[in-house]
Design a protein around this ligand. Sequence first.
Ligand SMILES: [Zn+2]
Length: 267
Amino acid sequence: MMGPSHALSGASVWLAGSWALDRWAGYEQSPLAVAVGTAVCAGSALLPDLDLSGRVTANRGGATVARTFGVLSLFLAEVIEKLSLAVYHATKLRKDPDRTNGHRTLTHTLPFTALVGWGTTVLCASYGRWAVVGVLFFTIGLALRGLFEDWAQRVGWAAVTLVATAAAFGTYVALPPDRGYPMLGFAVGVGCLVHLLGDVVTSAGVPILWPLPVRRRTWRMIGVPDALAVRVGGRVEVIVLRGAFVLVALLAVAALYVPAALPPPLR
Ligand SMILES: [Zn+2]
């Protein structure tokens, strides 16, 4: 899937999950907490594609994500891609093909998802609000790039960085002090997981079983068959899937905050 679809899927999953927790588990969150979680999850749903360095075709998939913070994130993407490629070659088995690019390898695995989610939680628990600001800045920047792609391209990376900084500090001021913020790490993990699911429905697939060896391969790409696969950037993705994500997000927000606006069966 392309960037905006990944970001939208992250936002809608977080909103729907917040509604479900509220309704079935009695877990209430303030509107700010839901908004922060949604932004972090939407941004993190783009994180795995930071393994696409800037030399790939313009405006395709994660390439735009790599430009979120200008040269800095382009460089980061280059490092992540090379690191992923190194891990690929270090853990590949005989039947795994050779590769020259690390896209859709390490950052598209379940261990990576768990690691960044857990790492974020540890970071926020150890360093408190300053770590929270860093996580917010980074993920809100990615979310802006993904959710408002046209705007982000028009105004450029410096403006995106500025808005992400302002949003991160605004949230910093409003957040209650002295907490572990475990939901933040959870939102990062859920975002990455939603990204993997989004890529599974395309024909290229993702190495979701890594590092389990299956028939002399650790990097088997798991995706749906070509006939059923969602074409990247095609009509099903842009109209049907994005439409469904927006609808779910709107319904969840309405159910959480203005249930009277919904027909009785949905309240
Ligand atoms: Zn991807």
